[in-house]
Design a protein around this ligand. Structure first.
Ligand code: PMP
Length: 308
């Protein structure tokens, strides 16, 4: 499938044509992965396209940048970046919603491993993107396998950030899973606890309660994860952050994944053990989540930034 395109990409204040939005081949980010990024989605609502948790995502972008100096020296505030994203959605005319990819990279300048002399560049792209784990995945669920690759450790590459280079770890696990015939990989922490998918947080349903690994076990502090925990509690479902091992997935009543790209995707099989089809607790939470992102529940109205 060809990569979807849109009209313009924002690069440090300039709206550049999609095909002309280029960087130098010697930018250190290309060589060493030293950059940070976010993934955000906008959805169609009755009030027009609206971005889900825009501020929280851009705050996390700047937090990731703080881990990786000098990426934190960009001259933009969260408020300014919120404006940039909304303006770009308007310019690109994404009435039906879109995916938003802000990234802070190192500009061309130095090629050694010291990033400090390089000047960071801020880029925002948007495009229209369908279901990340397959068109029918939200209903029929996906098949996952436990990866032989461990999730990056706390003192290897900080899992709390979203650095470009750390996704080598995710992509190795993803390729392994796809080649084994699965849709997605589940990664364990270095000490063997369930961490997360390659780009999704993971939840288990057991005896009516919802369980998810604590951040100490290495998952990203997903914004969808936090939203889903709030939604579940609002539905009077017990939610616990607790360490899980692989058999907790095999023996779960239900398993699902959450993330900006994957939204809320049920899991129907883990390492060949059937845990699907989509169960009743997953379906209740998913339905409330879909209402929230499409602006159909006033309770969560402040999670959306309407792009007028
Ligand atoms: N884990 C990883 C490794 C991710 O890349 C993502 C996507 N950002 C998530 C979890 C889900 O996070 P969020 O809900 O904030 O998109």
């Amino acid at each position: 499938m060809p990569f979807p395109t849109s009209d313009k990409i924002w690069m440090d204040g300039e709206l550049v044509d999609w095909d002309r939005a280029t960087v130098h081949v010697l930018t250190p980010t290309l060589h060493y992965g030293y950059g940070v990024f976010e993934g955000i989605r906008a959805y169609p609502t009755d009030a027009g396209p609206a971005v889900f948790h825009l501020r929280a995502h851009l705050e996390r972008l700047l937090q990731s940048a703080k881990i990786y100096p000098p990426l934190d020296t960009i001259p933009y505030t969260v408020d300014e970046l919120c404006e940039v994203v909304c303006d770009l959605i308007r310019v690109n005319g994404h009435e039906g919603g879109c995916y938003i990819r802000p990234t802070i990279i190192l500009g061309y300048g130095e090629i050694g491993l010291n990033p400090l002399p390089s000047k960071p560049q801020t880029i925002v792209a948007t495009w229209e993107w369908g279901a990340y784990l397959g068109e029918d995945s939200a209903v029929n669920g996906v098949r996952v396998g436990i990866s032989s690759y461990r999730r990056i450790g706390k003192n290897t590459i900080p899992p709390a950030g979203k650095a470009n280079g750390q996704y080598l770890n995710s992509s190795l696990a993803k390729v392994e899973a796809l080649r084994a015939g699965y849709d997605e990989a589940i990664m364990l922490s270095e000490d063997g606890y369930v961490a997360e998918g390659t780009g999704e947080n993971l939840f288990v349903v057991r005896d009516g309660a919802v369980l998810t690994p604590p951040l100490a076990d290495g998952p990203l502090g997903g914004i969808t994860r936090a939203s889903v925990m709030t939604i579940a509690r609002d539905l009077d479902i017990d939610v616990h952050e607790t360490s899980l091992v692989r058999t907790d997935l095999y023996l779960a009543d239900e398993v699902f994944l959450t993330g900006t790209a994957a939204e809320l995707t049920p899991v129907r099989e883990v390492d060949g053990r059937v845990v699907g089809p989509r169960g009743p607790v997953t379906e209740r939470i998913q339905s409330a989540f879909l209402d929230a992102i499409h602006g159909r529940n006033d309770r969560y109205a402040d999670w959306l930034t309407v792009v007028d």
